[in-house]
Design a protein. Structure first.
Length: 258
């Protein structure tokens, strides 16, 4: 056989193998980062701002304002299922009554838009949850990923004082809810910090979730913009409280980097 043909075939085989390896690496990398905010932009986009305002107004039961913002969220490009997921997620932090009122309001918005000839994008459904593994352990693993701290074998603090809430937290919030892939971890944290800021008087929880927000990919600049976006919906006192907590976290992180 011609030597030049053998060399050409060898080069092609090596190129094919290299492409395969690169493809595997890309898939693995995208899987590891799938739950992170992937944008490198400095600011929040219109969909992210809508998530903040929808979450805040839902938590406060501001139905007329919420109705208008739900329309705005759809117009900004959020799918029906993404907004439904935002409203479902809020219940973990502000309760069923406010979450259900938000869903009922959203149902009304969708019907009114259909009557006007607007057919909104439904978006993807949540993937089926793993049913063949220990839910408590799954939730504990996700919480460890979010906080960057391995979870202890035995609960402490309020978890030891009321073990039932530790179980509910791990199995339901961090397994049942956070595992649902309609929203990323970063988007879920955006909902969470919006609700906590809106209800107020929960600064330790806000501090924890602002730290998680940084870990899931939101930049300091984006979190500062978050405070600016939510401010008109929560008033001066709660805005000051949220801004104070955020500044403490950002200052602490700068100190840790030195």
């Amino acid at each position: 056989m011609d030597l030049s043909k053998i060399k050409l075939r060898t080069i092609r085989l090596k190129s094919s193998a290299l492409i395969t390896v690169l493809a595997v690496i890309l898939v693995a990398t995208s899987g590891m980062n799938a739950q992170k905010v992937t944008s490198s932009k400095e600011g929040l986009d219109s969909k992210e701002k809508s998530i903040i305002i929808i979450s805040s107004l839902t938590a406060q039961g501001e139905i007329p304002k919420l109705k208008k913002q739900l329309e705005g969220g759809l117009d900004a490009g959020l799918s029906v299922n993404e907004i439904k997921e935002v409203l479902v997620h809020t219940y973990a932090y502000c309760g069923f009554p406010r979450s259900i009122r938000g869903l009922q309001t959203f149902m009304q918005v969708i019907e009114e838009r259909k009557a006007r000839g607007i057919n909104d994008n439904m978006g993807k459904e949540a993937s089926p949850a793993a049913a063949d593994s220990n839910k408590y352990e799954r939730g504990k693993k996700i919480l460890g990923e979010l906080t960057g701290t391995p979870q202890p074998e035995q609960p402490s603090g309020y978890g030891a004082f009321a073990p039932a809430i530790d179980t509910f937290l791990k199995e339901h919030l961090f397994a049942d809810i956070f595992e649902r892939d309609v929203l990323t971890y970063g988007q879920r944290e955006l909902v969470t910090i919006s609700v906590i800021s809106a209800i107020g008087q929960a600064e330790p929880m806000l501090k924890s979730h602002l730290n998680i927000s940084l870990r899931t990919g939101w930049s300091p600049a984006q979190l500062k913009e978050f405070v600016t976006v939510i401010a008109p919906t929560i008033g001066k006192q709660k805005t000051t409280a949220a801004n104070t907590v955020l500044n403490e976290i950002l200052s602490s992180n700068k100190s840790d980097e030195r």
